[in-house]
Design a protein. Structure first.
Ligand code: FAD
Length: 332
């Protein structure tokens, strides 16, 4: 029989912005908490996909480099006692007398409540649908910009039409010799601010075109052939590097494999305004949670984390005094 002290109050699954901030806030509430993260570092999509990007829409920071935001969050997390377990993937959850039994690839722990913050799950970018694309991956073809220096003084083609594609093109423009932005529609699906920046940039937009073929040319470069939509016209662009940003394929299989799991629909979990799922004391926050009007943003995740932690603590300890302001909660 597990002793009361060996049972976590809150297990947070996923160490992206939502999970990190929930872990910090759980610490403020004196909860016995753990964060379990599959990857070898915290930060979720922010660390794994766009560490070099400048983020403009987090309150309190007119602009902040993605990597720096995660460093700041980690610093904040270190001020509390929440345990952080990296390189551990939650592979199963079972109901148990204490609440829930959480199994990872390394250990089994008991917890009274759970906050699921698994984001988009495994990061599987939607790949370029060209037969030989794998031959170019890693040297000419990329699915995110992790190291800006790789693109210095290069001719780069960014493919995609959403916010991320435009952000990447604008980021690359700062170091690259030339940037093309190729999209299959004439209009970009991005924030007005980004589209305005694009209009005022040196980036050459190539629309409405779709990449149809890649071939190696001299000097380790690539010839990209692209077809005009609803037309037989073809063009060829010779570039050093290609960054494809066609979004991600949602992976809800992992959550569905757990013995006990909330209802998962196309990778997201429908929640109440507190983040509560259809399971007792199981909440979902961040990109994985869904409700009417939800915007999958870092700022949204930061708001959802304290709401879920407070609701869970209220459910576990109804007699405890509810949330105060942080200055009154912090012991150290
Ligand atoms: C290119 C790009 C640019 C973006 N730019 C912005 C921006 O400028 N501003 C903004 O607000 N938002 C931006 N976003 C969105 C933002 O990154 C997400 O809203 C945010 O990362 C969501 O945080 P999260 O913690 O919910 O999920 P995630 O960041 O996806 O983190 C989830 C974590 O859970 C882990 N995990 C998953 N399954 C398990 C498991 N079974 N066991 C253990 N761990 C698990 C994953 O490894 C991951 O680390 C951008 C997204 C992309 C892709």
């Amino acid at each position: 029989m597990a002793s009361e002290n060996s049972i976590y109050d809150i297990t947070i699954i996923g160490g992206g912005p939502a999970g990190i901030f929930a872990g910090f806030y759980a610490g403020l509430r004196n909860a016995r908490a753990q964060i379990i993260e599959s990857l070898s570092e915290l930060g979720g999509q922010v660390s794994a996909l766009y560490p070099e990007k400048t983020i403009l829409d987090v309150g309190g920071y007119p602009e902040i480099k993605a990597r720096k935001l995660i460093n700041q969050l980690e610093g904040q997390l270190r001020t509390v006692d929440t345990a952080v377990k990296l390189n551990q993937t939650v592979t199963d959850i079972q109901k148990n007398a204490a609440g829930y039994q959480i199994t990872t690839n390394q250990e089994t722990t008991l917890t009274k409540g759970i906050i699921i913050a698994t984001g988009v799950g495994a990061f599987n970018p939607r790949k370029l649908a060209v037969d030989n694309s794998a031959d170019f991956e890693g040297h000419n073809l990329f699915y995110s910009v992790k190291n800006l220096d790789q693109f210095k003084d290069q001719t780069v083609l960014v493919a995609g039409g959403g916010d991320s594609a435009i952000d990447e093109a604008l980021l690359l423009e700062k170091v690259a010799k030339k940037v093309y932005l190729l999209h299959r529609r004439d209009k970009f699906r991005a924030m007005e601010h980004s589209v305005d920046q694009l209009k005022n940039s040196s980036i050459e937009t190539v629309t409405p075109y779709l990449i149809k073929g890649l071939s190696s040319i001299a000097g380790g470069r690539v010839a990209v052939s692209a077809k005009k939509m609803k037309s037989d016209d073809m063009i060829e662009l010779q570039v050093d590097k290609i960054v494809v940003n066609y979004g991600f394929i949602a992976q809800d299989d992992a959550l569905n494999a757990w013995n006990v799991h909330p209802d998962v629909n196309r990778g997201t979990i429908r929640v109440q305004s507190s983040g509560l799922t259809d399971l007792e004391n199981v909440f979902a926050i961040g990109d994985v949670s869904k409700y009417e009007g939800k915007e999958p943003l870092i700022a949204t995740a930061f708001g959802e984390a304290p709401i879920a932690v407070n609701a869970l603590m209220q459910s576990l300890y109804p007699d405890r005094r509810g949330p105060l302001h942080s200055t009154a909660m912090h012991k150290k």
